[in-house]
Design a protein around this ligand. Structure first.
Ligand code: AMP
Length: 403
């Protein structure tokens, strides 16, 4: 099977005609009252599924949904996704097996003709999925002859359908996985420099590892959002009543030191938009960062800081972005995130910048700023994207590498 130049196998090298191909997808779409609120994960798998079906494969879709913890939970059935899938794939009827292994699954799979598609029930109805139990892997593997993984969003899990199957059957990355890995490689592994990373969001606790890794890899590290407050406080700034992880001042100092050692320019806020209340329409003002009143909260970056970020972006060839720069859901605290997003979008449109962004809040913020479509690549993978930013090997990706 061919490796595509990044060391992992792709479906280019798979002989799929007439073969049963197990395709691991991520159908873990957000739902409210039985309706899908964002179908982008379903749309994302269409290129792989349609290509495989077009090449004569018998396509068997497998996915998890929610956290049923090894038990059958009707509310987490994949059955409601059949119709949206048929619509997104513009295909004929998709067959459904009410269990992902055993006689029911075998019966459905055996009826498939080349070019037809089946969906198997939620993998996590069996405890063997998350445990990567060899007997469960075997039961799944019996259903297919080839395995394709198109679920980057689940690649940080060492589960049966992600790692077990990849080791058990001839395996390859699907098109979505391939695009994601290509974009990530171009953003951090072999990037055009200078590289700017923008990291924001509420809390620093979940992003310490990621900051440490980025400080060693990028040229400019911009830190905004609530998490910047902890770094500011670690440097002696009085952040008033702002969100701040006081028990993490030591590790925060460690990040600042690390950036100095690696010649990564760290950009912390030099001014801020503050308010006394964290609510829509609260009276706000802009202050320099050393003048935050004791009874106020930092809720967005100020215009000077934004100008500094824009200059860095103009000097950069590559941008990696995770996390909003302020409390973007509540105007006017969306201003910095929106302005930086528009600038990154403009530079990307002009061909001057490769821009990769990921994480649920980040994508929501870019969509709110109206520029999501202009970014070079948007990753809808939350946990997997963050672990990749931390520099960790993702089990699901490693399992696809050429031996
Ligand atoms: P995270 O889930 O850690 O990526 O954090 C995203 C959340 O951080 C969003 O809901 C933002 O509203 C929030 N956020 C960003 N900046 C601030 C800030 N300065 N103070 C409070 N919350 C913030």
């Amino acid at each position: 099977m061919a490796a595509d130049g990044h060391g992992f196998r792709t479906i280019d090298g798979l002989e799929v005609d007439g073969k049963r191909v197990l395709v691991r997808v991520d159908l873990n779409v957000p739902m409210e009252d039985g309706a899908i609120t964002d179908a982008s994960r379903i749309d994302g798998i269409a290129p792989t599924v349609n290509e495989l079906a077009g090449r004569g494969a018998k396509v068997i879709l497998i996915s998890h949904f929610g956290r049923p913890k090894g038990k059958r939970v009707e509310a987490m059935s994949l059955a409601p996704l059949i119709e949206p899938l048929e619509r997104a794939l513009k295909c004929g009827r998709i067959a459904f097996a009410a269990d992902c292994i055993g006689d029911e699954a075998r019966r459905i799979v055996e009826t498939l003709e080349p070019g037809e598609i089946a969906l198997l029930e939620n993998l996590r109805f069996h405890a063997g999925e998350e445990a990567n139990d060899p007997a469960f892997v075997q039961a799944l593997a019996e259903l297919g002859e080839l395995y394709v993984n198109d679920a980057f969003a689940a690649a940080h899990r060492g589960h049966a359908s992600i790692v077990g199957l990849a080791r058990r059957l001839p395996a390859a990355a699907g098109r979505l996985m391939e695009r994601e890995l290509d974009a990530l490689a171009r953003a951090l592994e072999q990037p055009e420099r200078p590289v700017t990373a923008i990291v924001g969001g509420a809390k620093i606790s979940t992003k310490l590892k990621l900051l440490g890794n980025l400080a060693a890899k990028v040229d400019f590290l911009v830190i905004g959002g609530g998490m910047a407050n902890t770094l500011l406080a670690a440097g002696g700034v009085d952040v008033g009543r702002s969100l701040c992880d006081r028990e993490l001042l030591e590790p925060a100092r460690g990040i600042i030191e690390r950036a100095k050692r690696t010649a990564c320019a760290l950009l912390l806020p030099v001014d801020a938009v503050i308010a006394r209340d964290f609510k829509r329409g609260a009276a706000s003002e802009t202050v320099l960062i050393d003048a935050v009143p004791a009874d106020a909260m930092i809720l967005d970056l100020g215009p000077r800081t934004v100008r500094g970020i824009r200059h860095r972006l103009e000097a950069s060839k590559t941008l990696v972005w995770n996390g909003p720069l302020g409390a973007f859901e509540i105007p006017p605290f969306d201003a910095a995130t929106a302005e930086v997003a528009r600038e990154a979008a403009r530079l990307t449109r002009e061909g001057a910048l490769l821009s990769v962004a990921g994480g649920g809040d980040t994508l929501a913020a870019l969509a709110q700023a109206g520029v999501a479509a202009d970014f070079s690549y948007l990753s809808s993978a939350g946990g997997a994207f963050l672990e990749w930013l931390e520099g960790r090997a993702l089990p699901g990706v490693e399992a696809l590498r050429e031996p």
